[in-house]
Design a protein around this ligand. Structure first.
Ligand code: UDX
Ligand code: UDX
Length: 437
């Protein structure tokens, strides 16, 4: 199908979180007229004056610019946003339910709330990650012949969400009807990205499959890193070789303390639940998830080993609380998963993160800067790959610590330089002081 670059449209976005706010602001940035709605009044009032409640590079500038130009506005409640919209994006949360399935209550409630408020011809778009069949369920709730439901999954990585939106590798549009598909695809026309047109179920499935594949890639990398430690290989060299094969690709090959965030953990579990519900045994995905849980334990095992076999009474300085660098998001953060285990095993943990400072966890005390976290510590552990951790004054850190010992679970630091400063330095996927048989 030929995708026309349509004239600017009226767009409503329901849910102004990481995804909705980025989507709304970027839609305004490319010329559309956008109203973003959220149920939290305080959040809306902050957004109305350009105060961004999340850390997302570049987002503040485009929100401020488009508020000033009148292309972007914020309102409380979906009902106030949708009356004149040509397209309504649903960007409300789809958290993991108790049974592993995606909890769709917010999607369904938003659909119900707006169902009778939209003008004929409006297209409703599921942007949140939702199980296969959700577009049909939303259509049943809205129950109008003059409204089409389209699936247009997001591929926005936190930390680079603005750039991912404005320079997408692809735009996926799943629809049962060509005019609705063209209307949604046309919104992105000026971006020049490849547009994949498909049916709603394939679009919903492709989002889950993409995230599950990436999670599987990371679990594989972390397992290979563990094996490298046992056999005396160096995971960074191994990954360089693997990544130079274009069939594998050089990205997403960094070992770490496990994968996390607001998407991978819930999306992998939701896909597994979907498979179970459809009597498909997706054994490999179960292993991917289990392997990630084991990775948290492996990291704790390495730290325990470095501290002589017990964490009781040890003081551990942790650098990094966010689930990855570039965001303040700590939802399902591997750093938190590891810290919980360290505390359970008897350690005292002091954590520092340059932006994720709102974490509240029993037993975790927080430092306002990295040096006070290191003060008196028996080991310094890197759990998030903030580049600024590589630029710290490690001479000073060594003097502050009880012993000069670092475990780098992001392979971020220059180990050789640290060893010259007198540190014992260990990281993932390399043999440290282990006799290789
Ligand atoms: C959400 C989904 O959880 C995820 O699956 C999807 O891929 C992208 O959208 P995210 O944007 O990170 O993720 O969620 P969050 O930052 O929690 O933002 C959701 C926003 O919706 C919040 O600001 C919340 O206040 C708002 N909201 C929630 C509504 O406006 N209405 C509701 O009924 C519920
Ligand atoms: C993800 C998807 O990548 C994105 O397309 C969208 O669907 C939202 O969900 P995000 O959650 O922002 O994005 O994080 P991502 O960059 O994918 O990282 C996920 C986890 O994998 C993080 O914990 C990260 O630290 C980890 N990771 C990533 C590694 O451990 N090593 C890598 O090489 C890459």
């Amino acid at each position: 199908m030929q995708i026309e670059v349509l004239e600017p449209r009226s767009v409503a976005v329901v849910g102004a979180g990481y995804v909705g706010l980025t989507t709304g602001a970027c839609m305004a940035e490319i010329g559309h007229s956008v109203i973003c709605a959220d149920t939290i009044r305080e959040k809306v009032e902050r957004l109305q004056v350009g105060d961004i409640p999340i850390h997302e590079p570049g987002l503040s500038d485009i929100v401020t610019k488009n508020l000033a130009s009148g292309h972007l506005s914020f309102v409380v409640g979906a009902a106030a946003a949708v009356a004149d919209a040509d397209v309504v994006f649903l960007c409300v949360p789809t958290p993991q339910g108790d049974d592993g399935r995606a909890d769709l209550q917010y999607v369904y409630a938003a659909a119900k709330e707006i169902s009778q408020l939209m003008k004929p011809g409006t297209v409703v778009v599921n942007k949140s990650t939702v199980p296969v069949g959700t577009a049909d369920a939303v259509a049943a709730i809205i129950d109008r012949d003059d409204i089409e439901i389209v699936s247009n999954p997001e591929f926005l990585r936190e930390g680079t969400a603005v750039s991912d939106f404005l320079n997408p590798e692809r735009v996926v549009v799943g629809a049962q009807e060509t005019q609705a598909a063209a209307r949604v695809a046309g919104l992105y026309g000026t971006l020049g990205a490849p547009i994949h047109l498909t049916d709603t179920r394939s679009a919903e499935m492709s989002k889950y499959a993409a995230n599950a594949f990436l999670a599987t890639k990371l679990s594989f990398v972390n397992e290979v890193a563990t094996l490298c430690e046992s056999v005396g290989a160096d995971v960074s060299d191994v990954m360089k070789v693997m990544g130079s094969d274009s069939r594998i690709g050089a990205q997403f090959l960094s070992p770490g303390p496990g994968w996390g965030g607001s998407c991978f953990p819930k999306d992998t579990r939701a896909l597994l639940a979907l498979a179970n519900d459809n009597e498909c045994d997706f054994e490999m995905l179960r292993s991917t998830i289990d392997s990630n849980e084991s990775q948290f334990d492996r990291v704790v095992g390495r730290i325990t080993g470095l501290l002589g076999g017990s964490l009781v009474g040890k003081k551990i300085a942790v650098l990094g609380l966010a689930f990855k660098a570039g965001t303040d998001d700590t939802r399902d953060s591997p750093a938190i998963a590891v810290i919980r285990r360290l505390i359970a095993d008897g350690a005292t943990v002091v954590g520092y993160d340059p932006v994720a400072q709102d974490v509240v966890l029993e037993g975790l005390s927080k430092a306002v800067e990295p040096y006070s976290a290191a003060d008196g510590a028996d080991i310094l552990v890197i759990l998030t790959e903030w580049a600024e951790f590589g630029k710290l004054d490690f001479g000073k850190i060594s003097e502050l610590m009880n012993q000069a010992l670092i475990f780098d679970a992001r392979n971020l630091l220059a180990g050789e330089d640290l060893k010259e400063l007198g540190f014992e330095y260990a990281s993932l996927g390399v043999t440290e002081n282990v006799a290789v048989s």
